[in-house]
Write a new protein. Structure first.
Length: 95
């Protein structure tokens, strides 16, 4: 399965680099050539996150797995935090 191949590339070529900065990467999905990932640890909020994705993560994955055409970074927010934000915004708009 392609997700396993992606994880192997990440384990061998990407995670060691990210761990030097106390970060990690999580694969969320793979569909139609696009790998969707999120960064974790210190890498999650790094201002250079997109550059890291393009220069390290995407280049390594594409080098080893030709079926991958793109790596997309998403910043996940928990459902609890989204609900809280909606309540706060709703109160501000009403009041």
């Amino acid at each position: 399965m392609i997700i396993n191949e992606i994880e192997n590339v990440l384990d061998k070529h990407v995670r060691p680099k990210l761990s030097q900065h106390y970060g990690d990467v999580r694969v969320i999905s793979f569909e139609d050539g696009v790998v969707v990932i999120s960064l974790m640890g210190q890498c999650k909020n790094c201002p250079s996150a997109q550059i890291t994705v393009e220069t390290i993560i995407e280049s390594e994955i594409k080098k080893h797995i030709p079926e991958v055409s793109r790596v997309l970074l998403v910043n996940n927010v928990s459902d609890d935090l989204l609900d809280f934000a909606k309540k706060v915004l709703s109160k501000k708009l009403k009041g």
